[in-house]
Design a protein around this ligand. Structure first.
Ligand SMILES: [Zn+2]
Length: 146
């Protein structure tokens, strides 16, 4: 929470005075968009962080029960634990992505494709605010991974 509050304050403060973004002069509408995506990222950050908290509680509870249950039940508890741990890993990675995106907002590189340097489509950022690549590059990267 410490990280989130401070970064949010920093970004909102910075946005008040920012005139140049991504090397271009920023129009008022662009500023509104940037604020919009920053808020989206912060909301997402909060949501994932809350979820992480719940998952950690679940794990702690499961660990508590595994001490008192019979051997046969332990394997099912282990399965549940694995399942939750998968979620935990996923959420932790997502938090990192959001932090990176927020950092980009401060660096003035948010919304720029990391691969080709073009502007990332707005509807793509709307769907995935942490998106690193434009649609074309994303498609090409997916093909390469196959
Ligand atoms: Zn691209």
């Amino acid at each position: 929470m410490y990280f989130l509050t401070n970064l949010a304050m920093e970004i909102i403060d910075w946005l008040k005075d920012v005139k140049i973004f991504n090397g271009k002069e920023m129009a008022a509408m662009d500023k509104n968009k940037l604020v919009h995506f920053t808020k989206k990222l912060l909301t997402e950050y909060e949501r994932v962080q809350k979820e992480l908290g719940y998952l950690q509680t679940d794990i702690a509870e499961l660990e508590g029960t595994s001490l008192v249950t019979e051997y046969e039940e332990k394997s099912s508890i282990e399965e549940q634990k694995d399942y939750i741990l998968n979620f935990l890993t996923h959420d932790a990675a997502e938090l990192k992505e959001i932090q990176l995106a927020l950092q980009k907002t401060l660096d003035g590189t948010y919304g720029i494709c990391e691969r080709c340097g073009q502007t990332i489509e707005e509807d793509r950022l709307e769907a995935v605010p942490t998106g690193r690549y434009c649609k074309k590059c994303e498609e090409e990267l997916e093909k390469e991974q196959r």
